[in-house]
Design a protein around this ligand. Structure first.
Ligand SMILES: C[S@@+](CC[C@H](N)C(=O)[O-])C[C@H]1O[C@@H](n2cnc3c(N)ncnc32)[C@H](O)[C@@H]1O
Length: 202
């Protein structure tokens, strides 16, 4: 299956940008940069899994998961035990759940390996409250527009990950000694070229 077909089958009728806009309006946060919406590409997720050395049986998290693109693309590329998304806005969370159901019905049964066993999990809530204790790989694309205070809060949250967890922050970097920097890599998102900062939780 090509990336274009995957996108088409799952997302052709999913309007992430407008769902984000209505979700932010509903909580009076239209102008909050921390909730800036943007989407990944299948190529970006494939690249992130490669640079983090993703392995079958691991647990993948996308912090700020939007319509769940990263969650399903990760499950498509790797036989994870579980691919988890955490999203604050109910409008996006509900769309992600619908996409996940579609993936389970239309894509996963056609796969011919252990990727058929991957579970998808969508959590409605704040990433700063999320339990990350079983994570092996954590990606934060949402921190692209975080200010310094939110980056510090994210860094504190990521310290709750077990040693050995691989962490990717898009655009903005972490600076705590709790994380060993293991690479910086360009990555093509739906909105343009970004930087993937890769860390190992010490
Ligand atoms: C740049 S979008 C990325 C969407 C998806 N990860 C992707 O790559 O396609 C960031 C998402 O993070 C969500 N977000 C921002 N802050 C959040 C928070 N504190 N808790 C949960 N979700 C958050 C936003 O609502 C938005 O949907």
């Amino acid at each position: 299956m090509t990336f274009a077909t995957l996108q088409d089958v799952l997302f052709s009728d999913v309007a992430g940008y407008s769902l984000s806009a209505s979700g932010k309006a509903a909580i009076d946060r239209e102008a909050d940069p921390a909730l800036t919406y943007g989407e990944c590409t299948p190529e970006a997720v494939e690249h992130i899994l490669s640079i983090t050395g993703a392995k079958p049986g691991e647990v993948f998290y996308d912090l700020g998961s939007g319509t769940g693109k990263m969650v399903v693309f990760a499950a498509f590329f790797m036989a994870f035990k579980k691919s988890v998304g955490v999203e604050l806005l109910p409008e996006l969370h509900e769309a992600a759940q619908m996409v996940g159901k579609r993936y389970m019905e239309e894509i996963q049964p056609k796969l011919e390996d252990d990727r058929r066993d991957t579970k998808l999990e969508y959590r409605l809530g704040d990433i700063f409250e999320a339990d990350l204790s079983d994570a092996d790989i954590v990606v934060s694309h949402c921190c692209t527009c975080f200010d310094d205070a939110l980056m510090q809060k994210l860094s504190d949250k990521l310290e709750s990950c077990k040693p050995g967890t691989r962490i990717v922050t898009v655009t903005r970097a972490l600076s705590s000694p709790a994380f060993e920097s293991v690479g910086v890599s360009p990555v093509q998102m739906g909105w343009g070229q970004a930087t993937a900062n890769v860390y190992l939780r010490r």
